[in-house]
Design a protein around this ligand. Structure first.
Ligand SMILES: *Cc1c(COP(=O)(O)O)cnc(C)c1O
Length: 457
């Protein structure tokens, strides 16, 4: 099962070329799903006692199954937060897999972890966090948020005997990503939401804290601000929130899973002022740093606190912590033990292209959002819901209801033309269904945007 099969390597390259040429090219269609039974009917039984053979399995993948995936980097995939991994990163993802590196401990993965750390040093430098701050790559923003919330909670519990028996409480806003609530559930922490989808400001946060009961205030240990909301690209008042956290002695976490890539962009960097005071930050390189899935990152001002929370103990692990094996052990700073060196593709791509190219590519996403905003202003059938922020654009098709947006989304997807999905925007007490663009891929063109808007006319 493990002999080197050059035919298989060649087949892989063949499929790679095919996939990269075909699926990321706008001339080709965005894939759409089929029901499981339909896929089964197409390819038949693939897992059998004797195996169907690599050639046959590849054929089924290439001729059928690959078509039922949406290439996340298609230039007209503007839904959710798309991705756009560089070709250098994609290629090195194959090398990463083929190298069979255990990325938990320096003793086994020093070469790979060294490269990850080089890339991490650049990411940390973008945040402006003080000397000593550092981070690790995680499976994504969700795992990064969980790792930092648990670190914050364990630190809080270490401060005071009473905290060890209290259920913790955190405050964030309704603009925060769904993973904050989901991860608080995993960690058994209560979440209080400030009711604003717009920028969470210092005053609103301070008022929320002042309104807590004494019991709630005792349980409060962290504030989660968002550095680029997923829905609208809004950056909370990080500087003001940092002041409140400092005054109230609260952990300050910034979830910049989507927006963090924009730290490299001179045109918007000032909006993140205050992030350099965070205790922890989440950034997803698989969103706006052009890495393949899956690659998130969690960064701590004081990594030792994360180590106290996450370092796993076991007699079989002692050797890893021995002086003789000493070095940076990524497992100590997040929830996962065995891990792939998922920061390696980013390292290779950064080394290949240089960080200026990243700046240009992120600026292009921001520019595309501004271009889309101007285009929407000039067309009579659509209007902006709010000004574009980072690379997100919320707009409405005049006269449309929720059903119309849904129908339009399905029609475009069915045609293989575009994937643009509806969202909701809250003003006052009402949620309005609207349309949304999120730009990541710098190869999206103005005519792509125009064509999508015109399909709403
Ligand atoms: C995408 C996102 C997450 C979740 O990240 P995953 O990588 O999908 O786990 C968390 N927070 C924000 C702000 C996001 O945009």
């Amino acid at each position: 099962m493990h002999k080197i099969d050059m035919a298989l390597v060649e087949m892989t390259m063949d499929v790679m070329k095919y996939v990269i040429d075909r699926l990321s090219n706008t001339k080709h269609k965005i894939g759409k799903p089929k029901k499981e039974a339909e896929l089964k009917a197409l390819v038949g039984e693939t897992i059998t006692e004797q195996g169907i053979g690599g050639e046959e399995a590849f054929k089924l993948w290439r001729e059928h199954l690959t078509k039922f995936n949406v290439p996340i980097d298609h230039p007209r995939h503007l839904a959710f937060v798309p991705a756009s991994p560089t070709r250098a990163a994609v290629m090195f993802d194959l090398v990463t897999s083929a190298s069979s590196i255990h990325g938990a401990y320096w003793m086994e993965g020093a070469g790979g972890i060294f490269c990850e750390n080089e890339a991490m040093r650049w990411i940390v430098s973008l945040t402006g966090l003080p000397e000593g701050a550092f981070g690790v790559f995680t499976s994504g923003g969700t795992a990064a948020n969980l790792s930092s919330i648990v670190t914050a909670r364990e630190y809080w519990r270490s401060l005071n005997e009473r905290n060890t028996v209290e259920k913790g409480l955190i405050i964030t806003s309704i603009g925060a990503h769904s993973s904050i609530k989901a991860m608080a559930k995993v960690a058994d922490i209560d979440v209080l939401l400030v009711d604003t989808e717009d920028r969470l400001e210092k005053a609103a946060l301070q008022k929320t804290i002042d309104d807590l009961t004494i019991q709630q205030r005792q349980r409060l240990f962290a504030i989660v601000a968002t550095g680029g909301t997923t829905n609208a690209g809004i950056i909370d008042d990080l500087e003001g929130i940092a002041e409140v956290c400092d005054k109230e002695k609260l952990w300050f976490h910034v979830d910049a899973a989507y927006g963090g890539g924009a730290l490299v962009a001179d045109s918007v960097r000032h909006l993140f002022k205050g992030i350099e005071q965070a205790d922890s930050i989440t950034i997803d390189p698989h969103k706006w740093m052009f890495s393949p899935y899956d690659c998130g990152a969690v960064i701590y001002k004081n990594p030792d606190l994360a180590k106290k929370a996450h370092s796993q103990q076991g007699s079989y692990l002692d050797i890893f912590k021995d002086e003789g094996a000493h070095g940076f052990n990524p497992t100590d700073y997040q929830i996962q033990l065995t891990r792939r060196v998922r920061g390696l593709p980013l390292w290779f791509s950064l080394a290949t292209h240089g960080t200026d190219k990243y700046k240009e590519a992120v600026e292009r996403g921001i520019e595309l959002a501004l271009i889309a905003g101007r285009m929407i202003d000039t067309k009579t059938h659509v209007e902006l819901v709010r000004k574009p922020s980072l690379s997100c654009v919320l707009y409405r098709r005049k006269g449309w209801h929720a059903e119309d947006y849904k129908h339009w989304t399905y029609e475009n997807h069915k045609k293989g033309f575009a994937l643009v999905t509806p969202t909701k925007w809250k003003t006052g007490a009402t949620f309005e269904t609207v349309s949304r663009f999120c730009f990541i891929n710098p190869d999206t063109t103005e005519s792509d945007i125009e064509a999508i808007l015109d399909s709403m006319a």
